[in-house]
Design a protein around this ligand. Structure first.
Ligand code: SAM
Ligand code: TMP
Ligand code: ZN
Length: 415
């Protein structure tokens, strides 16, 4: 097996240089979205050490090893945001809110970091408002371009942000969903935001929330792309370090629990009461303490053992099991728990670019929903549990025919 980035011997915080205390360790893992072509299944896969550390100074939870970004975000990056109708609705609402509140001036301008297939900016485009998406993954950008969404096929960082500011002027809004936590190189990113954002503009990002991950034991949120796991407290410390202030936080239900953080330049707007309220709740829950992560690690080990026991029992009883949703998260679950094609015959997914490929590390074939509907299995392991409502509604025929869903968040149970 190829060896990943060797990482840091004495890991330190990417924001404040504080010492990282390693808290949760998955060992060697495959890249979450590095799907394997069937003919390539004997080739060595890139492996890296997946472990979490908590900064002893600013409490930010982060990965201890950084994967080179070009290995994760490639031309053929297979995640297309618009595969979920619920997420399309979510981002249309995000865009409408910006249009009503922030993009009201005569030549308003919004930049999105990680615009993917244009799921958010398409609503901005339809409203005739100036916009630019930035995303390094070429194929997802091509889908955005086909919708008429303007984009730059590049990594957002200081150099690209300075170029955008010079060519297009400063932005009223910089938005980023499920991407800001993917960017270990924060010095460059914040220098870029500082150059590109108007003095009274807002930088808004939404990402999985450490509080939800601890509460639900959603250990599968931890993989190479998710470099940071913010709390309001650690996000505020980060903002201040780069000359910004955290002025608002909103808890979101999407993707298994996220928080939307609103930052402005320090002194530009007054923080609302939600910030102090969320930080107080985090302190009460002990989210700044390493013991909380140690307890989480014990719970996730229990989930692994119970899930594996269940799947082995079903196999020994001759029951058929498929999985549903070839998510990035499922790479952690399958590799950490040891779930391969012997326990799960295939993974169903509606993304054409994923169908026909094999899952990273575990090499389970990925098939279309048609395969599921043609011959329902006895059980379906719901890897895409964050889309449970949408998928269970779409696949009502499965439960009507006697099938049962297997879920493992917050613990192993059948539905
Ligand atoms: N915003 C979309 C959403 O919430 O569904 C897409 C999220 S997807 C998980 C992350 C996206 O970030 C990918 O399309 C990836 O190519 C992009 N990305 C990674 N690094 C980036 C960077 N430095 N600048 C801009 N986009 C980046
Ligand atoms: P995500 O959890 O990272 O958003 O990934 C969800 C995956 O599940 C993605 O590959 C698309 C797939 N999916 C389906 O196959 N059917 C669906 O109805 C939905 C919502 C997602
Ligand atoms: Zn720190």
């Amino acid at each position: 097996m190829a060896k990943g980035n060797s990482g840091l011997n004495a890991p330190c915080c990417r924001v404040c240089d504080g010492r990282l205390r390693v808290c949760v360790d998955f060992g060697s893992q495959a890249l979450a979205n590095a799907l394997v072509a069937p003919g390539d299944d004997r080739r060595e896969e890139f492996l890296y050490r997946l472990a979490l550390g908590m900064c002893e100074n600013c409490t930010l939870v982060q990965l201890v090893e950084e994967v080179p970004r070009g290995l994760m975000f490639r031309d053929d990056y297979p995640f297309y945001s618009s595969g979920s109708a619920v997420m399309a609705g979510h981002f249309a609402a995000v865009a409408r809110r910006f249009l009503e509140r922030e993009l009201t001036g005569p030549d308003a301008f919004v930049v999105e970091i990680g615009s993917n297939d244009g799921i958010m900016l398409d609503t901005v485009r339809a409203a005739g408002v100036r916009h630019l998406g930035v995303d390094p993954s070429r194929r997802v950008c091509e889908v955005a371009a086909a919708k008429g969404v303007r984009h730059l096929n590049d990594f957002f960082e200081k150099s690209s942000a300075v170029e955008i500011a010079a060519a297009e002027g400063q932005a009223d809004v910089i938005f980023s969903a499920n991407t800001f936590s993917h960017l270990p190189y924060l010095d460059s990113v914040f220098e870029g935001i500082t150059a590109l954002l108007k003095p009274d503009g807002v930088f808004v990002f939404e990402d999985p929330y450490l509080g939800d991950i601890m509460e639900r034991t959603s250990f599968d949120q931890i993989y190479d792309e998710h470099f940071y796991f913010f709390t309001a407290r650690s996000a505020r410390a980060m903002a201040r370090r780069y000359g910004f202030e955290l002025v608002d936080v909103e808890h979101l239900g999407v993707h298994g629990g996220e928080v939307r953080y609103t930052l402005t330049f320090a002194g530009s707007r007054r923080p609302g009461p939600a910030v102090a309220e969320m930080i107080a709740a985090e302190e009460a829950a002990g989210l700044h303490r390493p013991e909380v992560l140690a307890q989480f690690e014990r719970r996730m080990q229990r989930t692994r053992d119970e899930l594996l026991t269940l799947l082995r029992t079903l196999r020994d009883q001759g029951r058929t099991v498929m999985a549903y949703g070839a998510t990035g998260k499922s790479t952690t679950v399958a590799n950490y728990c040891g779930i391969g094609p012997d326990l799960v015959s295939c993974v169903i997914d509606n993304t054409p670019a994923k169908q026909g490929m094999l899952t990273p590390g575990t090499h389970i074939p990925i098939r279309s929903p048609q395969v599921f509907r043609e011959a329902y299995p006895d059980y379906a392991l719901l890897f895409a549990w964050n889309h449970a409502e949408e998928i269970m509604a779409k696949e009502r025929g499965f439960t009507e025919s006697g099938g049962q869903w297997i879920l493992y968040i917050p613990q192993v149970h059948l539905v």
